[in-house]
Each structure stands twice: as C-alpha cells, then as structure tokens.
Design a binder for this molecule. Structure first.
Ligand SMILES: Cc1cc2nc3c(=O)[nH]c(=O)nc-3n(C[C@H](O)[C@H](O)[C@H](O)COP(=O)(O)OP(=O)(O)OC[C@H]3O[C@@H](n4cnc5c(N)ncnc54)[C@H](O)[C@@H]3O)c2cc1C
Length: 407
C-alpha cells in the first residue's frame, strides 16, 4: 500500500503550513483549548481569514471565486487544519458550502453559479437543508412537499422538519414532489428557496437542551421561480444524492486525527481519575484503541477511492456506520470514568457538534456530557440511520435482495 501523497500535493501542504504559521499566534494551543465565547468569536474571524486566503471552496472553479485546486489538495487542506487544531469553516458551512455549494458547482446553471456561489463562499448567504419530512426520513423518496407549476413559478405547499440551524438560514434547498404520478424517486425536483419568500415560515423546535438547533419549515403557496430548479425537473433524486461526496472524502482524512485526539483525552481522564490500571477500564480503552486504528486504515482506503474516482460509493456507508457507532461507545466510556462527577457540570460544551471535540480541547465534564447526551446519540441517525447504512451495504456489497420497505 502506498500511503504517500503526490509531490504537488506536498508542495501545497507546505504552502498551507506556511499560511498557518503566520495566521495563528506562536503559542497557539488549538480552538479546543478556548473557552466557549472565545472559541465562538475565533471561529467567526477564522472563517473570514480562510475566505480571504482562498481556502473556502478550494476546489471550485476560480471564475466563481473558488480556489481552482484539486480534490487531493482539498484533502491535504482538511488534514492540515485538523492538525493545526482549527476548523475548516463554520458549522453552517456543512450545508451551505459542502452540500449546496458543491452541488451547484456540479449541477448548477451558469446563472445559478454566478448568482449563488459568491455569497456562499463569503458566508453572507447561509443555506440549510430541507430534505426530511414528518413521514419521510429514512424513506426520503416518500416526501410530500408539493410543487405545482404556475406560469414561471413553482408553488410550494407542505412542510419540512429537522432543518439544522434553520433560524440562521438565508435560504433553504428543498426536495419537492413535482410529479405525484411518477414512481416516487422520479417525481422529485431540487429547488432553491430564499427564506424570506412570502409563505415560508420557520418555526424553531426547542429540544431537551433548551436550544433550537432544529426547525420545522412550513410552505404555504410559496412561489419559487422556475430558474431556481437545480438539475432537471423530476430528476432531483440524482442531484440530491450527489451532495455528500466531498464531505465524506474530507471526513476520511480528518476522522482519524479527531478520534485519536479524543481517545487520548479519555486515556488522560482515566489517569486523572486514578482508574487507568483498572482492568475493566483498560479493556475498554484497548477496544477503543483498536477501533481508532481500524478507522485510520479505513480512512486510507476511502481516501484512495475518493482521490482515484472523485466520488464514493458504499465506502461512505462503511465509514459513517463505523465512526458513529464507535463514538457512542467511546463517550460512554468517558462518562463511566467520570462516574458521579459527570453529574457536576463544569467547563464548557464541546466546540464541535456531533463529532469529537477539537484536538487540544480542555478537560470538562460538560464537554463529555454534552457530546454523549446531545451529539454522539444523533450520529447514528442523521445523514441516514445505521439501519439504512446496513441496508445499503447489504444490497450494494453483499448483493442481498432489496429492502422491501424501500421499494
Ligand atoms: C442531528 C440531526 C441533524 C439533522 N439535520 C437535518 C437537516 O438539516 N435537514 C434534513 O432534511 N434532515 C435533517 N435530519 C433528519 C435526518 O435526516 C432523519 O432524522 C433521518 O434520515 C432518519 O429519519 P427519521 O428521523 O424520520 O426516522 P425514521 O425514518 O422514521 O426511522 C425510525 C427508525 O426506523 C428505522 N428504519 C426506517 N426505515 C427502515 C428500513 N427500511 N429498514 C430498517 N430500519 C428502518 C430507522 O433506522 C430508525 O431507527 C437531521 C437529523 C439529526 C439527528
């Protein structure tokens, strides 16, 4: 197995390291080491620095403000940012830059690219994802948000739910049913809907934590110009499915770094609590260690496929299933080690949502509790549940019969 990057990627790596050396303070200990408010303020200014230096939308064509770089270089960038303990954008960039931006680069018309990509890159425009509905999560193709053509507009009626950061969105990209008579995967269209469109109402869903991370979005005769269709009418399923490729490629590069750093913090926690010699704890730590090592090699495998073919198939499901199920066990171990201390909330919440906190994170019971209760749990649900990932693997790799529920 050849684990080296091509020489031009290493040249780019040196360039990124040079940038990081000048852009970060000499005593930099990572965003993870900051208190909550400082980390938040840093992430805003850091996002601006990345944008001004061309590191957001690195692979996008230069004529739309992108960096015009290769996928290999994007992976190198993700690795170097993770190693330097800085984020590669804001949380909202997941849906805005990685999902919609990359989708527009691939499927958007010239006008759409010129109209939307600059705002997405600068962060002035934030797009959120309107896929799920109350009766269409795993069975996404069963969605019912209706779009009816009226002159040069599509008129939307229906509802979306679980829209992450819906309150921050300036726009929502939705999957809508445009042909109710076609087989369910073939009557769907991908549409761009500005949030301030009359008839669009965003209602926060307050969760157990008291926060409104999710929203439900209602559409009542909301009119969207036909120019806002991405791809072809009734071919939205293909557009929708191409959306996650980049994110999963980056994950393969950064997951091993982030999960290793988290496990090191758990080992450190075991030492602090004086249980590092307890055979039961050692057994579970060893289990975690083997999983993280496996994740590292899995990462190489996924990366190889991504860089060779520019897209990911079932490998993406293996990766998602592996890290999300591992993470619940790892954080459960951290909470067991904390014991009764876990009931005393101290320190700050994790900077990162759904994933391990940034390398360099400070010791904090709050951090572990929040990861476990709020984030690690949801890892096996969002972007396709574990059962759905297993269905995909069963069908595409093992050649098992198709899931009867999905047909
Ligand atoms: C943190 C988080 C963020 C999210 N952000 C967004 C967002 O921004 N935009 C958006 O559109 N959506 C978002 N979602 C929604 C997410 O995509 C759905 O929750 C997910 O697809 C599962 O759908 P569901 O909740 O309707 O569960 P259901 O589909 O109702 O599933 C319920 C249970 O049944 C199982 N199941 C269902 N079908 C099958 C089957 N065929 N075979 C075996 N088991 C099956 C599932 O695995 C699950 O355990 C988010 C979810 C989370 C947790």
């Amino acid at each position: 197995m050849d684990l080296t990057f091509p020489p031009e990627a290493e040249t780019f790596r040196a360039q990124v390291r040079g940038f990081l050396a000048t852009a970060l303070p000499p005593d930099w200990k990572g965003i993870g080491s900051m208190e909550q408010a400082d980390a938040e303020a840093f992430s805003i200014s850091w996002r601006r620095t990345l944008f001004e230096n061309g590191y957001i939308g690195l692979t996008w064509p230069t004529e739309y403000g992108g960096g015009g770089r290769t996928k290999v270089e994007q992976v190198v960038l993700a690795q170097e940012m993770a190693r330097a303990m800085v984020p590669l954008g804001r949380v909202a960039d997941t849906t805005s830059v990685k999902m919609l931006g990359n989708t527009l680069v691939r499927w958007g018309t010239e006008e759409q690219k010129r109209a939307y990509l600059p705002g997405i890159l600068s962060g002035d425009d934030v797009w959120v994802q309107g896929y799920s509905e109350t009766e269409a999560g795993s069975d996404l193709a069963g969605l019912r948000l209706r779009a009816v053509l009226d002159g040069d507009h599509w008129v939307l009626n229906g509802q979306k739910i679980w829209t992450s950061r819906g309150l921050d969105g300036t726009g929502i990209f939705v999957l809508a049913r445009t042909d109710p008579d076609a087989p369910k995967h073939r009557g769907i269209t991908f549409l761009l809907c500005p949030i301030d469109t009359p008839g669009v109402e965003v209602r926060p869903i307050t969760t157990l934590t008291g926060e409104a991370e999710f929203c439900e979005v209602f559409f009542t005769d909301a009119r969207v110009p036909v120019a806002n269709v991405v791809g072809e009418v009734n071919k939205g399923w293909t557009v929708a499915n191409s959306l996650l490729g980049h994110e999963r490629g980056e994950e393969a590069a950064t997951n091993p770094i982030l999960f290793r750093a988290e496990l090191d913090r758990i080992i450190d926690l075991a030492r602090r609590k004086g249980v590092a010699d307890d055979p039961r704890v050692r057994d579970r730590l060893a289990w975690c260690h083997t999983r993280v090592e496996t994740m590292r090699f899995l990462g190489y495998r996924i990366l190889t496929q991504y860089l060779r073919e520019g897209a990911l198939g079932a490998e993406a499901s293996i990766s998602k299933l592996y890290w999300s199920e591992y993470h619940q066990q790892a954080v459960d171990l951290a909470l067991s080690i904390l014991g009764a201390d876990a009931m005393v909330r101290e320190g700050r919440r994790p900077y990162k949502h759904f994933r391990p906190d940034e390398p360099g994170a400070i010791y904090s019971s709050n951090s572990w509790i929040d990861v476990f209760l709020l984030n690690a749990r949801s890892g096996t649900v969002y972007a396709g549940t574990s059962q759905i990932q297993r269905n995909i693997l069963g069908e595409t790799i093992l050649g098992l019969p198709k899931d009867v529920l999905a047909t």
